[in-house]
Design a protein around this ligand. Sequence first.
Ligand code: PLP
Length: 354
Amino acid sequence: MDAAIAGIIEDTTFIKGQPVAAFEAAFAGILGYEPATVVGCSNGTSAVALALRAAGVGPGDEVILPSHTFFATLEAVVNMGAIPVFADIRRSDYTIDPDSVADCISERTRAVIAVHIFGTPCDMTRLTQICDRHSLKIVEDCAQSHLANWDGKPVSTFGAAAGYSFYPGKNLGAYGDAGATVVKDLEQATFIRSYIDHGRSGKYECAVIADNLRLDALQAKVLSVKLPHLAGWTERRRAIAAFYNERFRSAGFKTIEPDKRAYAVYHVYVVEVANRDAVQKELAAVGIDTGIHYPIPCHAQPALATAEHRIPTPLTVTDDIVNRIVSLPIYPELNEEQMERVVSNFLRVAVPVP
Ligand SMILES: Cc1ncc(COP(=O)(O)O)c(C=O)c1O
């Protein structure tokens, strides 16, 4: 990594250039894409927004998304001038519930965002059926789901377009902010590549009023160095999740239950508890960090008070789990002794939800 970074400093190609193109091609390669269809960009938030743009979403369109997601998914919709419509999630795996999506559709609906939350693929079979029936676009938020697949097909290859985040804590993380948009064809890729670079059609000519959302070369290089390790790291995350699952489920706890067709990549490991405050406090006392993903669903955020949105059906599961979910340490470097320590301390204090 040091040599790779030193190479960029020596070369001084900090913006665009070969390192960005090389990463785009390598990432496209693992998705089974033509290189031209992956466009590196500034972060996951811009990646999702660019994916919406590539899918043809515009001001006044309604976009259906789960309320149970990171706030950035919502920002991408609202900043596009589109109207968020919140769907509920499934109790089993916390991904967007296709039945709830069907209930949210109106004549203004343009797209549905499939957020593969925690690294668990959404039910792309049913979502595709529903969206096809109503001529809606699917946009995938893959910020947490690098290398995940549904029924053998990689996430980000189902919808009209997709966005990835390479925030440092992600399964594939840069040394700063970074992201990528995945589109379907060369024409869209050319448009997005120009859009993230001031809408340039030439060095000094700009075809549209756009933005600066470029991926920088240092981040691209860091990502290229890490990419060959991603499959191994992902297997390790899955092994840790399997270990946790066995111990927690046999003690009566609800954990993520991915569908049989899903290859989940466990960006976050979530378990439901009846006494979350005590669990977090006791684990912190023995040096084990926990998190909550997420304590406030999007529809309950203060920012929504002034933003147009719709909640057509009750968000029963979303509201139910918000006070129960706790995230436990999961990352490839976690060793057996640490995993055992997490489990024994958790089981010492946690109470299952009745
Ligand atoms: C589901 C989801 N969508 C979008 C984003 C936005 O990514 P970024 O932080 O790179 O802008 C994130 C990550 O933070 C995320 O978890």
